[in-house]
Design a binder for this molecule. Structure first.
Ligand SMILES: *[C@@H]1O[C@H](CO)[C@@H](O)[C@H](O)[C@H]1NC(C)=O
Ligand SMILES: *[C@@H]1O[C@H](CO)[C@@H](O)[C@H](O)[C@H]1NC(C)=O
Ligand SMILES: *[C@@H]1O[C@H](CO)[C@@H](O)[C@H](O)[C@H]1NC(C)=O
Ligand SMILES: *[C@@H]1O[C@H](CO)[C@@H](O)[C@H](O)[C@H]1NC(C)=O
Length: 716
């Protein structure tokens, strides 16, 4: 008895001291929490304020490489967000993923007053979104050395992922998707390939990255083949015609590009050939074409959306006009500080340094990685149909030649309409894990023009759609892929299930009733003849009812009762002792077991505040070690809403702000005559693209160029 008591105490003490191990008070996630932004509490519906983390993760101290990320998690995740993370990358090379965050798929847009506005088509309602500026030197990702090849980019991103998941290990439970656009058509397959190889060769303690699919919008995937589409696309769209004086010159350039592509087609030997990676000959088709569209008002076609025009030679680089709010927004001290940026560099949409370094002259174009990747996961290639620079004809063109899943191109008859919310949103071809989507009335930046529709691309890659046959005129049948606004399909499915369940229950009831009736009839018929037999079988089937067993059972149960009472007493004593130990230990160290704290009736929707409160509780516990247990608990109960009062201390960002670089920097003087010339991707002013009436704003010459450059550096 006494021995047992001591044993209990030992066990109890072990358990409690384990629970009381002081926890590191500075949670690593705390540094990255985003708690305020200009306009956040005024313009965003409170229920829609996401839980956000942002900041720079150091990859390499040797060359000061830090990757900036900004993540958004829905405060009230819908059932559709089945633990998914989407990493979003913009292109360039060197263009910031803040384009994606603040002009496309993120929850906020930026208004003329440089405050955030709500984007009701945000992708974060369907998946956790993480926008990453990469490679080093892009956007807020600081670096003093720049990548030159795509395998470097991949290696760096793998390091970024390791660092990210060290801080957010719970995100490893999520399925992972990559999404992005333009030159990310190179990044994404490369990084995906890196992840697949990592998953095949995990080292001790590493967990798998559950990569489930890729979404690439207006991707630059097979550069030269895609350039071959400029001429046919422009003719089809009516951008140029035979009456144009430059017609012959453009046609000639197109033929030169055709020669390059023919050489590529005859050299599928897995080697890197210059004619495949140097794309100057082919890209000059676009340069010449846009130049040929210059009109008397010095306007040319917007290469990202041919229904719009821009001043020559920008031809789209000033677009979208909201860029002129995004830049100043990201330069605001309050924003820089709230995004936890420690190592500041002035934000530019596209970095010249990154673009001109990443020539990728020894990297195989990513189109060659697609067949291998398609054996592992679905890939959706989508195109806004108004884009010239990475147009849909080019994407369909290289798919036609691509061999994957044991066949070249799509089969006949895979074409389907894409219906979203009862309207035709585009068309879809899908087979052997590859899906092509042409999105109607959308530009190079599909989520910019079509936020809600673009979000349904997540439904397409995750299979959350209905396949139907629809009737067309003349009795023909047409395939359709049908997606719905958030929650609509689930509601439909739930309704159908309810009806089906009710029907099934009804049927079962009916059946049971019939069976019971049949049984009763049968029993009635046999009752008189088998009375004796049935009574004997009854007695054998219930042996515990036997009288002889009773006293022994009773004796056993009273002994059991006595033991139970002793154990109960013991437990009570141990509990009291345990609470005493708990109290003593608490006095001498911070506790983690009461960390979750009592509910304080706070607004459920400010999720970051919950997170922050947990962080602050940890800190308070560390600080207030001498305070009594009671007063600390009371302090927690009072809770104090910290909304708006917390702004992470701006450590050292100010000293690094590159002043004096402002407006004057835009007068950049580069020449783009040969293939190796570096592009001045960042040499543009941000102005309105609102058609002819604001021509007066377009007078500032932005490029001292003889011709425009539309190298891949510009494909954001
Ligand atoms: C989302 O915003 C757009 C543009 O303001 C609007 O047309 C659309 O109806 C809104 N959708 C919902 C679901 O509120
Ligand atoms: C930066 O340093 C790391 C570590 O030494 C190296 O792996 C990486 O390639 C460097 N980056 C560049 C662009 O040189
Ligand atoms: C697997 O990883 C180990 C250690 O990182 C490395 O040495 C080895 O070359 C890798 N194997 C393959 C097949 O990639
Ligand atoms: C498609 O991807 C799945 C994994 O998502 C894989 O199991 C399957 O084999 C792939 N199909 C083809 C045709 O490669």
């Amino acid at each position: 008895m006494h021995f047992l008591y001591v044993l209990w105490l030992l066990v109890a003490e072990a358990v409690f001291t384990q629970a009381l191990q002081p926890k590191d008070p500075s949670d690593p996630q705390k540094k990255y929490l985003v708690t305020n932004l200009p306009g956040l509490y005024d313009n965003i519906p409170q229920d829609e304020i996401p839980l956000m983390f942002a900041g720079q993760l150091e990859l390499y101290p040797e060359n000061n490489t830090n990757y900036f990320f900004w993540s958004y998690k829905d405060s009230h995740p819908l059932p559709e967000n089945k633990k998914r993370t989407i990493f979003w990358l913009n292109g360039g090379p060197g263009c910031s993923s803040m384009d994606g965050a603040l002009l496309e798929a993120g929850p906020f847009r930026v208004g003329p007053d440089e405050k955030v506005l709500y984007n009701n088509g945000s992708w974060h309602k369907a998946a956790d979104m993480i926008f990453v500026d990469q490679p080093g030197g892009t956007g807020f990702s600081y670096a003093t050395a720049f990548d030159t090849e795509l395998d470097q980019v991949t290696r760096d991103f793998m390091v970024f992922l390791e660092k990210y998941y060290e801080i957010f290990p719970e995100d490893l439970d999520n399925d992972i998707y990559f999404a992005g656009e333009s030159y990310a058509g190179q990044y994404i397959p490369y990084i995906a390939d890196g992840i697949v190889r990592r998953n095949r060769n995990l080292t001790e303690g590493q967990r798998e990255y559950k990569l489930k699919g890729l979404l690439i919008g207006n991707g630059w995937i097979s550069p030269n083949e895609q350039s071959l589409s400029y001429f046919p696309y422009a003719v089809q769209a009516g951008i140029i015609d035979t009456k144009n004086p430059a017609w012959g010159d453009i046609l000639h350039q197109h033929e030169e590009c055709q020669k390059v592509v023919s050489r590529i087609d005859s050299h599928f030997d897995g080697k890197v050939h210059d004619f495949e990676v140097s794309s100057g000959t082919c890209e000059r088709v676009l340069t010449k074409m846009l130049t040929a569209t210059k009109d008397d008002n010095n306007m040319c076609y917007n290469m990202y959306d041919y229904t719009k025009k821009d001043t020559y030679p920008s031809c789209g680089m000033n677009w979208p006009f909201e860029l002129k709010y995004v830049g100043p927004f990201l330069e605001e001290d309050a924003v820089v500080s709230n995004l936890n940026i420690q190592h500041n560099q002035r934000w530019e949409e596209c970095s010249r340094n990154v673009g001109s370094s990443l020539q990728a002259t020894n990297s195989v174009p990513s189109v060659h990685l697609l067949p291998g990747l398609l054996q592992e996961m679905p890939i959706v290639l989508f195109n806004g149909n108004l884009d010239i620079i990475c147009n849909y004809i080019g994407t369909e063109g290289f798919i036609k030649k691509l061999e994957w899943g044991g066949q070249v191109g799509f089969s006949e008859g895979v074409l389907a309409d894409w219906i979203y919310n009862d309207d035709v949103a585009g068309y879809i071809k899908s087979e052997r894990n590859l899906t092509f989507v042409n999105v109607f009335d959308a530009s190079h930046m599909v989520p910019y023009d079509k936020p809600e529709i673009s979000r349904a691309l997540i439904d397409i890659i995750t299979g959350n759609f209905d396949s139907k046959e629809i009737e067309t005129q003349g009795d023909e049948k047409k395939k359709a892929i049908v997606t719905y606004p958030l929650g609509v399909r689930r509601a439909k499915i739930e309704e159908d299930e309810k009806i089906a369940k009710a029907k099934q229950e009804e049927e079962e009831k009916e059946k049971a009733k019939q069976e019971a009736e049949a049984e009763a009839a049968k029993a009635k018929a046999t009752a008189t003849s088998t009375e004796v037999a049935s009574s004997t079988s009854e007695s054998t089937s219930v042996p515990s009812g036997s009288e002889s067993a009773f006293p022994e059972e009773y004796e056993k149960s009273t002994t059991v009762n006595r033991i139970t009472r002793i154990i109960q007493l013991l437990v009570i004593v141990v509990l009291i002792w345990g609470i005493y130990i708990l109290y003593m230990s608490y006095k001498s160290g911070p506790s983690s077991i009461i960390k979750t704290g009592p509910s304080t009736g706070r607004k459920k929707n400010v999720q970051w505040a919950d997170q922050l409160r947990r962080f602050q509780e940890d800190d308070e516990e560390a600080q207030n070690q001498n305070q009594s247990f009671l007063s600390k608990t009371l302090g927690k109960l009072k809770g104090g809403d910290s909304r708006g009062t917390y702004a992470p201390a701006p450590d050292s960002y100010q000293e690094d702000i590159e002043l004096g670089e402002g407006v004057t920097e835009h007068t950049n003087t580069s020449h783009f005559e040969d293939d190796n010339a570096s592009a001045s991707a960042d040499a543009f002013l941000i102005e309105s693209e609102d058609e002819e009436d604001d021509l007066s704003q377009h007078q500032t010459p932005q490029h001292d160029l003889n011709s425009i450059d539309v190298k891949k550096e510009l494909t954001k």
